[in-house]
Ligand binder design. Structure first.
Ligand code: HEM
Ligand code: HEM
Length: 223
């Protein structure tokens, strides 16, 4: 690094990148474990997604500059200005990208939470399966199946959009999501401390485990 050069800040800090790529790996793993009937493992993959998304949402309030909702959630006027003139005020998500990230997080949450109420009807009950009546649990189970297809469609759209920006419009999207930044795409301020994110992650994981541990035990239908 050049002495005296201005400090460079990452566009996407480590928590943003790590959460993104771990969630990306979790989706095929969740599908595969469900197909193979490895539902204990499937559930742990789901808890991982749930924890990472909730911690990412908390990071939207107290994370690094471009990770914050205030940086990328914009109203209709900014969205229109972006669509008409390509105008954007942050090197982070553009006004459409910000809302599509919110949609992806909402879908991931819906998927993981509905899984908690799901059951294969034989060997595995989600930890909240017994907390609601059978009818509702069945509906949430069906929702869990449908939500995955909707999630896949959105992820397909997400990856296609990234490809258009990256190769069609020659904008650097992939490198910053891997290495943190790229020439011309840097953050506007110092990254928030990693310890803060680790603390949030622990807090979310512990809260989730406490809620699940307090859930009523399933009553076995075998005796
Ligand atoms: C498979 C599941 C995937 C999900 C659920 C997902 C979701 C997301 C979300 C929520 C964001 C916003 C990140 C944040 O602010 O924390 C994001 C950004 C991004 N994703 Fe994905 N993603 C997936 C797969 C992929 C894949 C396969 C690629 C590679 C082609 C990719 C490339 C990117 C890039 C480059 C960004 C940054 C966009 C920007 O610069 O504004 N994603 N993704
Ligand atoms: C984002 C996280 C998750 C994803 C992407 C996911 C995805 C899937 C998929 C694709 C299936 C197969 C659907 C079908 O064809 O029936 C499935 C089934 C299932 N999931 Fe998840 N899931 C997630 C989280 C969870 C969680 C947290 C739990 C419970 C703790 C759970 C419990 C189940 C159960 C019990 C089934 C089996 C249903 C059956 O065999 O009829 N899932 N999940």
């Amino acid at each position: 690094m050049m002495r005296g050069a201005e400090a460079r800040h990452p566009l996407w800090d480590l928590p943003v990148r790590l959460s993104h790529w771990v969630i990306t790996l979790c989706l095929p793993a969740a599908w595969w474990t469900a197909e193979e009937g490895l539902l204990e493992l499937h559930a742990w993959i789901g808890y991982t997604v749930l924890t990472l998304v909730l911690a990412r949402l908390a990071w939207g309030v107290c994370g690094s500059p471009q990770a914050r909702f205030g940086d990328f959630l914009r109203g209709p006027r900014a969205i229109l200005a972006y669509l008409r003139e390509g105008r954007r005020e942050t090197p982070g998500h553009n006004p459409l990208g910000g809302w599509s990230a919110m949609a992806l997080w909402a879908l991931l949450l819906a998927q993981a939470v509905s899984g908690l109420y799901n059951s294969d009807g034989i060997l595995f009950d989600g930890p909240l399966y017994a907390a609601v009546d059978g009818d509702l649990a069945d509906k949430l189970g069906a929702f869990h199946e449908t939500a995955f297809n909707v999630l896949l469609a959105f992820v397909g759209l997400h990856v296609a959009t990234i490809a258009v920006y990256q190769w069609g419009r020659k904008q650097q999207l992939l490198v910053p999501m891997i290495r943190g930044s790229a020439p011309g795409r840097e953050g506007t301020g110092p990254a928030a401390p990693l310890a803060r994110w680790l603390f949030l992650l622990d807090l979310v994981a512990l809260a989730l485990l406490a809620i699940l541990a307090a859930a009523p035990e399933p009553v076995s239908s075998w005796w």
